[in-house]
Structure formats: C-alpha cells, structure tokens
Design a protein. Structure first.
Lengths: 93, 463
C-alpha cells in the first residue's frame, strides 16, 4: 500500500480513537478497557495469515501458539466484558 | 474472493470497532457496543478463510492446525471468562491483554522469519517495534496479574540502583533493535525478544498496588499499537485501524484513569526511573483501637439520620453486595437517608464497585460519586467503611511522603461516627497504615464483611 495512504489511515484512526472515548464516566472505565482489550484480539487475523504461509516447522509452531493466544484474547475478552456489562443491566428494573 | 471485497469487509469490521468503542462509552449502549465489537471481530476472522493471499491458494495451508489452535484458544478463553469471580476480573483482563501482546510479538517474529532477506527496511523497523512492545506488554501484564492475584507483593518492588538497571535494559533494547535493523538474522531478534521481556518485568515491578490499573490500561494501549504495526507488515488495513483505535482510545483512557485517581500519568509511568526506596511506615504498631459488637453498630445506625456506605475490595471478596443492600433497604425503611459513597478506584479497578453493587440491584440513584458525596460527610452521622482502606486514608491528603499522597479520597473522617468492617488490622492494597483506624470516633467490627453485615442486619431487626 502507498505509504501516504497508511499514514492517513493511521492519523485518522488516532483521532477517531481519541474522540470516541473522550467523555466516558469512571463507572465505565473497566468495561471499556476490557472491550478495547478484546478488540486488539483481532491480531488473530494476523496470526492466521502467517500460519497460512508458514513453510518451516518453527514458523508453524510459533503461528499456532500465536493463534491460541490471540483467540484467548479475543473471545475471552468479549465474553468477560459482556459479563461485566450484564450486571449493569439490573439498574434499569 | 477478490481483494476489493476482502478489503471492504475488513473496513466494515473496522467501522464495527469504532461503533463498539462509542457504544462502550455510554452506560445505556455499552452492552450492545460490546456485541457489535464481537460481531466485527468474528466477521474479520471468518473472512480470512475465504481470501487467498498472493502466491497462496484456498483452502488455507495448515488449515487443520489453524482450526485446532483456535479450538484450543476457545477451550481456554471461554471457560476462564465465564467462571471467573467478580473479584478476579481485573487480573483476567490483564492476562488477556498480555496474551494478546504475546500473540502480536509471535506474529511479527514468524513474519520476519518468513520474509528473510526480502524484508524492506520499513518492514523490519515495524517488526522490531512489534517484538519490543508486544514482549513488554506480555511480561508486564504477567507481573500485574501476579500483583493483583496477590501471588507476589503488591508494594512497589524497588532494588538498589534499580533505575540504572532499568535504564540500561531500555538502552540495550534500543541498541539491539538497531542491530536487528542493520544486521538482520534470527539471533539478534531472539535476543531482542528476551531483553524486551526483561524490560517489561522491570518496568512494572516498581509500580505500587494502587497504580496497577493504570499500568494495565497503558499496556492495553501498547498492545493496540503492536497490532497496528503488524497490520503494516502484513498489509492489512483492518489490523491498522483496529490497532490504532485501541492504541489511541487506550491512551486517553489511561489518562482519564490517572486523573480519576489524582495521579500524574508521567509519575506513574516513569516511577520506575525516579522511585526511591521508601521509608518504612509505622507498621506493626501496637496501638489501642476501639472495636465494637454487631449490636453496637446496629444501635449507632438505628439512631442515625444520614448514613453513607463506603464499599471496598473487602466487600467484593466476601461477596457481601446482597447483604449490604439488605442492610441499606432496612435503614431506608426506618426513614434513614442512605447513600453509597463510591470511590472511582475502590476495589481493584475503576468502576469495580459500581459493577458489584449493580449485581445486587442497588438502585443507581443511591450510588454517589466522590465529588457528590464528599461535601455531605459533614452532615453524615455514620460512615460505614466495608473492606475499604486506602480510598479513605487521610494520609493521601496529609503526609506528602506516602505512596498514595495526592490521590483524592472519600473524606469519611468528616463524619460524626466511622465504622470500619475489616478482616484484620492489615493495611490496604497500597500497604500504608491508616491513622483513621485509631481515631476516637472510629469503631471497628472485625470479621468477614458478609458475616459481620449479616449479624448487624439481625441486630438491627431485633431493635
């Protein structure tokens, strides 16, 4: 990809990231951190890509480890965030 | 699948992540936001299986290994997230963050081995960045996990000449990073990974217990940036967007948390470089305290007009949230004005108490934030501190030398009477003595928070 395009995407994403969370109450700090934590679990996509083109046993072994860790991060992250937020739901009753 | 379609779906996942973070910032939309994020992540993962990278074909190579590894990840991650106790959620988040950082570092190492001499300088630079930061995030998160799980001391670990060792480690990490970029080769990269792991440990060790959540948030932002850097190397717009979003929002969140705790972000982050060994505080002193019985507490409550309940980690440990609600409901029925004073970082993480009390269906209106409740302590007859310590310790306002100095506290010392429900005289997470325990207007009720509260409830019923 064009370096300028990448820089543009990066800079815009930084500002979007700043904007979306700038007014969050302290109550939601923990779930928000946990949710963001789950989102970076998409490194799973990267782990699958490198597993696909692994040509040696070393590469494959490391990719398999990366897939396991990334899946734990992503799936566990979303599930635990949902559990935290499920408890907030009780308020509306 | 064409590259255009693949990229479009990736973009959709990126938008889902933006909506997820946006949703998570508001109480009403938080849960939906998280589900949107999970949807985006699932979409992004599924689509990889249907796109053949240049020079590769479908189905993916090593498909069995890939699916098997994902199943293992699911088998570990889902039960861990489902079964974890409320009190242990913070360390689980730390652990999830750590494995994410580890995954990013592994991906970078594999891609580096794969590219070999064909890598461009920019690719190598980004790989070096990912390996360093991913490894720091991994080992740093493990240390925060050990601290929160109390498998190691929660106090700052400071050793002689510590800051020079840390500075030297950081310098060698950067030096070896430069070596990798110029010399290439597998050995320098492995040396780099090892040094970065060491730096992560050294970086987090001097952080005191109360600052741990800030560090977790920071390491979370770090992991985000490594994902963005991997996205560059792997030519994936989605990873660049997702990683940058987490990096940026994580940085803001870290700053907000530090503000909520009245800590300077700089002081927390570079505490490692500036920390000096602290003088031992007056621990183990044998001074008289006034301890009472559940009946004493019930009588005090019965004749109060206004009561503020200050919950802390002890409430979470004892799972006493339902019992405390029962007590509050009884007092309200007697016409007593009851509020919960919520310190933003009571427990082990910001918002910990809100989550816990929400589980017991405590009405939202009864939860008062620190700024709201502090001016009312002057008119409060009884403040009940349940398993909290550091967040009400006046030392944060009065003794400049102590590790929590400057942290805003709930000023229960202004209430007419203070009741502490504590397991023992052991100091709080930050390891500092609390003068308030010896105050003449303080009454201590020793024991497990749930057991003590149950006794108080029955004593109050009997009155």
């Amino acid at each position: 990809m064009e370096p300028m395009a990448i820089v543009s995407i990066f800079v815009l994403a930084v500002f979007v990231g700043f904007e979306v969370v700038s007014k969050v109450s302290s109550t939601l700090h923990t779930p928000l951190m946990s949710g963001a934590n789950a989102i970076h679990g998409v490194i799973l996509v990267g782990a699958i890509i490198v597993a696909d083109h692994s040509s040696t046993n070393l590469e494959l072994g490391l990719s398999v480890a990366a897939i396991i860790l990334a899946t734990i991060n992503m799936v566990g992250g979303f599930v635990v965030t949902d559990r935290m937020l499920e408890m907030f739901k009780g308020n509306k009753k | 699948m064409s590259r255009t379609l693949y990229d479009l779906i990736g973009l959709a996942a990126g938008v889902a992540f933006i909506l997820a973070l946006k949703g998570l910032s508001h109480p009403k939309t938080a849960r939906r936001g998280n589900l949107i994020g999970a949807f985006g992540a699932t979409l992004a993962t599924l689509v990889v299986f249907f796109y053949a990278n240049p020079g590769s074909s479908l189905p993916l190579n090593n498909l069995g290994w890939i699916l098997g590894a994902m199943l293992v990840g699911l088998a570990v991650g889902v039960p861990a997230a489902r079964k974890v106790q409320m009190t242990q959620m913070p360390q689980l988040v730390a652990l999830f963050n750590g494995v994410g950082g580890g995954a990013a570092a592994l991906v970078a190492i594999v891609e580096y081995l794969h590219l070999g001499a064909g890598a461009t300088t920019a690719e190598v630079v980004f790989t070096v960045f990912t390996v360093i930061v991913g490894c720091v995030s991994f080992s740093g998160s493990i240390i925060t996990f050990l601290k929160l799980q109390e498998l190691m001391t929660t106090r700052p670990v400071i050793f002689p000449a510590g800051r020079f060792i840390i500075a030297a480690t950081l310098a060698s990490v950067i030096g070896v990073g430069g070596w990798v970029v110029t010399a290439l080769g597998t050995t320098p990269l492995l040396v780099l990974a090892a040094l970065s792991l060491l730096f992560g440990v050294l970086f987090v060790l001097p952080v005191g217990g109360a600052d741990v959540p800030i560090v977790i948030s920071l390491l979370n932002a770090f992991t985000g940036l490594t994902v963005a850097a991997s996205g560059y190397v792997l030519d994936s717009v989605l990873l660049i967007i997702a990683g940058t979003l987490v990096g940026a929002s994580g940085t803001i969140l870290t700053r907000l948390m530090a503000e909520a705790m009245g800590r300077s972000l700089f002081g927390t982050l570079f505490g490692a470089f500036t920390a000096k060994p602290q003088e031992a505080t007056g621990l183990g002193e044998d001074r008289p305290v006034r301890s009472g019985s559940p009946d004493d507490v019930a009588i005090l409550l019965n004749y109060a007009r206004r009561v503020v309940i200050v919950p802390g980690f002890g409430l979470a440990v004892a799972q006493a949230q339902h019992t405390v609600r029962e007590l509050a409901d009884m007092m309200i029925a007697k016409g007593i004005d009851v509020a919960y004073g919520i310190h933003p970082v009571a427990g082990r993480m910001p918002g910990h108490m809100n989550v816990l009390l929400a589980e017991a269906n405590v009405p939202y209106e009864q939860l008062a934030e620190m700024d709201e409740v502090n001016p009312t302590f002057g008119q409060t007859d009884v403040a009940i501190v349940i398993g909290a310590n550091d967040v009400v310790n006046p030392a944060a306002q009065t003794s400049p030398g102590c590790p929590i100095y400057g942290m805003p506290i709930l000023e229960v010392n202004n209430a007419a009477n203070i009741i502490f429900l504590k397991r023992s005289m052991r100091p709080g997470f930050a390891g500092i003595e609390n003068e308030l325990l010896y105050d003449p207007k303080t009454m201590l009720l020793f024991g497990d928070a749930k057991a003590s509260l149950t006794k108080v409830v029955s004593a109050l019923k009997a009155l």
